[in-house]
Write a protein that binds this ligand. Structure first.
Ligand code: GDG
Length: 529
């Protein structure tokens, strides 16, 4: 890792004086946050306080395999970072137990020690009825808040029964935290499923400090104000001591929404909201990936071999590969990507027989109609492209639908000439950062939607407006014809950005802030007395 950075930094300093001063800065402070430095910092600062993590999704799920029970690890970047912290600090993690054997392994308090091979922290699982799951998760979370916060013209649904279930389930989460959290604990909540937890929790326990990280965009006040329960949602979020967004832009949108919707004092200098005696600190904490581990894994002999095998199997030798990797969600702009690819082949026939688009897509929220529709739309477009352009020995599109192990994704990242992220709106987008970490060392172009949080950091990507199909097709052309030197320079600069701003730096920033609030509280009480 250090060798890689040194090498990259040398090249950057040759490339431009601006980059050189950044390189100096990096060398001088060598402030790359690692898993170990994060754990040391959090452990030291927490002192004897405990950390409670809360998320809708569980980091480990128990499932029946025949008559045996197996444990599946949810291996997203965020879960991996929080999992390391939970293990090191022997935390409690409150989550929804949604897998079929989850409640076969818990104790009388619905708790189970994980990971199975070296139990070091506890999950406290919440059991939800089918009705609760529908209203809270599918309904209010994914059919109301998700489309409301993403600007992509899917109309949010406003059902009082969904709202009721959402608030009731958030109350249950709060009760579960209140039952398990030791005095003075720091509680770290994840995402838009849990807007109301802090509000209920603070009514049950006054000794806890809470932070919530919002993983999706926050819209402007004009959009948010159509939500019939806007006041309750805002009050719920403002019950947190720290509220984190990916971007300053989202944080500013939130502050403006609060300013228009509630009686309160907003300190724009300090990004704080004051309501009565409660203060919420609002900040930007751009999330990231475990760069070091993805970078190293992508260079491993097994990934290199898998890349060669896939090339042979797909007869891709000699073909340029354009790659898309997404959860199959209408926000990800996959139909627009296929339309732009169609236009590229139409306007630049020299690419016929020379390029293939591989779209890897994992189905998600499959019970919802909007999600079923986007999958059919993608399938139809892929079939139409293949029927229009295929020849005897070439097909332009390969759609790999279904969950792939991360080890299976890596060879595709490594082989890709171009990775396309074309979200219509996206809080951050981790695929863009994963590609930067895992791509080949000297080849690969990132085409990135302007409407992702990642576009603010990855300045050397080719930025695209996915609604402008003609412009998008031209950017694909530019990517496919970029000089090797340009590709290499851009990639290396983006790699330094992601290496420096990795997932551990994200966790350190937000946890550091919430622990600071916790430390200031006893002091505040003494002063008041
Ligand atoms: C939200 C926000 C924000 C995809 N297919 C497979 C697979 N993936 C993995 C990718 C990547 C992740 O899923 C998707 O990352 P996104 O950033 O697009 O995430 P969202 O699910 O939309 O999540 C987003 C994120 O939260 C974090 O704050 O960036 O803006 O919408 O890691 O690799 N992974 C595996 N198999 C697949 O088939 N293993």
């Amino acid at each position: 890792m250090k060798d890689f950075l040194d090498k990259s930094l040398r090249r950057i300093s040759e490339a431009s004086s601006r980059a050189a001063s950044r390189a100096e800065k990096l060398r001088e402070f060598s402030h790359i946050t690692t898993r170990d430095s994060l754990l040391e910092m959090v452990g030291k600062k927490l002192k004897d306080r405990r950390l409670v993590l809360v998320s809708n999704r569980e980091p480990y799920a128990h499932v029946f395999r025949g008559d045996k029970i197996a444990v599946i690890r949810n291996a997203g970047g965020l879960t991996i970072a929080l999992d390391s912290i939970a293990r090191a600090l022997h935390s409690t993690w409150v989550c929804h137990g949604g897998a079929n054997a989850d409640f076969k392994v818990v104790d009388a308090e619905d708790m189970v020690a994980v990971p199975p091979h070296e139990p070091s922290f506890h999950l406290k699982r919440l059991k939800l009825t089918r009705r609760e799951e529908q209203g809270y998760y599918e309904g209010f979370s994914n059919e109301t808040l998700w489309p409301l916060c993403h600007l992509c013209y899917v109309r949010p649904k406003f059902l009082p029964s969904d709202w009721k279930a959402y608030d009731e389930v958030n109350f249950k989460f709060a009760q579960a935290v209140a039952e398990t959290a030791e005095k003075g604990s720091v509680v770290f909540l994840q995402d838009y499923h849990l807007c109301r937890v802090a509000y209920h929790l603070k009514g049950m326990r006054t000794d806890l400090v809470t932070a919530l990280f919002w993983h999706i965009p926050w819209p402007n006040p004009e959009i948010f104000r159509i939500l019939p329960w806007k006041r309750e949602v805002l009050e719920g979020l403002l019950a947190n001591d720290i509220l984190g967004f990916h971007l300053k832009y989202h944080a500013d949108n939130f502050l403006e929404t609060v300013g228009l919707g509630l009686e309160c004092r907003i300190d724009w200098e300090k990004n704080r909201v004051e309501r009565g005696d409660r203060v919420t600190q609002v900040g930007a904490y751009p999330i990231s990936i475990d760069f070091d581990s993805i970078f190293r894994q992508s260079q491993s002999p097994s990934v290199l071999k898998a890349s060669r095998d896939i090339t042979a199997e797909n007869r891709m030798g000699g073909l340029k590969l354009i790659l898309g990797v997404d959860r199959l969600d209408y926000t990800k702009g996959i139909p627009e990507r296929l339309e732009a690819f169609d236009r590229l082949l139409d306007t630049h026939p020299e690419f016929l027989g020379k390029v293939r688009l591989v779209q890897i897509g994992v189905p998600s929220r499959t019970g919802l109609e909007d999600y079923q529709q986007v999958v059919s739309n993608i399938e139809e477009r892929c079939a139409a492209l293949n029927s229009r352009y295929s020849t005897e020995d070439w097909e332009p599109v390969l759609f790999l639908k279904g969950h792939q192990d991360f080890d299976t994704l890596l060879p595709y990242y490594r082989m890709a000439d171009v990775c396309v992220v074309s979200s219509l709106h996206d809080g951050m987008n981790l695929v863009a950062k994963e590609f930067v970490a895992a791509s080949s060392n000297d080849r690969g172009v990132l085409v990135l939607s302007r409407f992702t949080g990642a576009a603010r950091e990855l300045e050397q990507a080719l930025l695209v407006n996915p609604y402008d199909i003609a412009g998008f097709a031209e950017v694909l052309y530019q990517a496919l014809t970029m000089s090797p030197e340009d590709q290499k320079n851009r990639l290396e600069r983006m790699r330094v950005t992601v290496a420096e701003n990795n997932i551990f730096a994200w966790a350190q920033a937000i946890l550091g802030d919430v622990i600071r609030v916790a430390d200031s509280q006893p002091l505040k009480k003494e002063q008041e007395a």
